[in-house]
Design a protein around this ligand. Sequence first.
Ligand code: 6IA
Length: 139
Amino acid sequence: MTMNVYFGASIRGGRDHVSVYTSIQKLLACYRHVLTEHIGDSSLTSYGECDKSDIAIFKRDVAWIDMSDIVVLEVTNPSLGVGWEAAYAQLQGKKIVCLFNQHLAKGKLSAMIAGNEGVNLLRYQDIQEVAAFFNLSFR
Ligand code: 6IA
């Protein structure tokens, strides 16, 4: 059976790290079906995907989290939506991986992620570390 991954990262919180999201999404696709292909799409700006209402986006994303076997969140750029997704996924009992890039971060990671024992947190310096982590976790 195909295993689904929900990959979340900042959208309205800012798209500065979109190239990192694209790389992570490509890595994830080697192991799982990625439900959220728009996250690494460099053409999606913080105004993007205007053809869908916020209500439609919310309902679709909640349904995708419900369908996922694992939720992977890139949390370097603070995002209200990603924080909400982490809390929802945790309450649903999903396995959660959070990725925090120590080079790109402008501040400290929220204690609600950093201090959360229900989250598998990888503090990484470069994409090779993420690749090695996925290789170990998803094989
Ligand atoms: O608060 P943020 O926008 O940074 O929240 C980002 C998170 O919420 C991502 O992990 C997404 O899964 C979800 N999300 C937020 N906006 C969207 C969206 N279109 N499409 C899909 N997922 C979304 C937003 C378009 C909008 C900028 C007009």
